[in-house]
Design a protein around this ligand. Structure first.
Ligand SMILES: Cc1cc2nc3c(=O)[nH]c(=O)nc-3n(C[C@H](O)[C@H](O)[C@H](O)COP(=O)(O)OP(=O)(O)OC[C@H]3O[C@@H](n4cnc5c(N)ncnc54)[C@H](O)[C@@H]3O)c2cc1C
Length: 229
């Protein structure tokens, strides 16, 4: 075991036992598969999500409403997985990133349904925030969300979206508010859960899970929640 884990007071016995369990799990289950990561990355990612779910590891990534998120357990799992396979780590982390906003702000039935699906590996999550002109500077985000009858119409372009193309649902960030507030430099950011039924293109011949897929979002439903800044 990493001596940092055993000698510093930052970790509990539960963390140390998780680290032990992870090192055996990675040796048994991840090492033997990692050589295939460079082949069909989408298929490898799907199988990692299922493997992590079967071993009840996604509960360290997907938040449980009402319970504090154990960031140290999350880091221990990430460190162990990424030691052997960055794709296995991606499979783990994206289930959490793609559902975190849902865990915070979705209505109860939407929240519980999608968190359970993500935690059990039945649905693969993605997080769509970055755009061609908005990365660190989130306030430059241009994608818009407008009410259209009983759903929302989303228009914009996203890039660098991990799991694009392989995900079953996306947490999409878009502007939703009036022009006056935008002109003062404020913006209202809403977060939407989208089924994977919009067009998603990869770069020519490149189907890697973390590739720069250009994602054009045309239509989705179910706002997750939002906040003003
Ligand atoms: C492998 C990979 C996977 C990714 N997956 C996702 C994903 O799933 N979903 C998603 O939404 N995004 C994803 N991203 C995008 C990632 O979050 C963005 O790349 C990141 O937010 C930085 O944005 P940018 O690339 O536009 O760089 P910029 O924001 O243009 O930054 C470029 C450089 O300028 C620096 N900089 C920026 N602003 C300032 C400032 N005010 N002062 C000083 N320095 C500054 C930055 O530190 C950086 O060094 C992914 C990126 C990669 C590489």
């Amino acid at each position: 075991m990493d001596t940092f884990l055993s000698t510093t007071p930052f970790f509990t016995d539960a963390h140390r036992s998780l680290a032990d369990r992870m090192s055996g799990f990675v040796e048994r289950e991840i090492e033997v598969r990692a050589a295939d990561d460079e082949g069909d990355a989408d298929e490898a990612l799907r199988s990692y999500v299922l493997l992590l779910a079967e071993n009840d590891l996604l509960r360290h990534s997907v938040a449980t409403p009402g319970q504090p998120f154990d960031l140290r357990a999350f880091c221990i799992v990430r460190e162990s997985l990424s030691y052997s396979s960055s794709l296995a780590d991606l499979a783990f982390v994206m289930q959490g990133l793609g559902t975190y906003a849902i865990s915070l702000a979705a209505t109860e039935h939407v929240r519980d349904f999608w968190l359970a699906r993500a935690r059990t590996g039945k649905a693969i999550a993605a997080f769509a925030l970055t755009e061609p002109d908005a990365g660190s500077d989130v306030a430059a985000l241009k994608t818009t969300a407008e009410i259209d009858d009983d759903s929302y119409l989303i228009n914009g372009r996203k890039r660098f979206i991990s799991n694009a193309g392989v995900a079953d649902f996306y947490t999409v960030f878009a502007r939703h508010g009036d022009a006056r507030r935008w002109s003062r430099g404020n913006f209202c950011l809403d977060c939407f859960r989208a089924d994977a039924r919009f067009q998603c293109r990869g770069k020519d011949g490149d189907d890697r899970a973390t590739s720069d897929r250009r994602t054009r979002i045309q239509e989705l439903q179910d706002p997750v929640g939002g906040h003003d800044r």
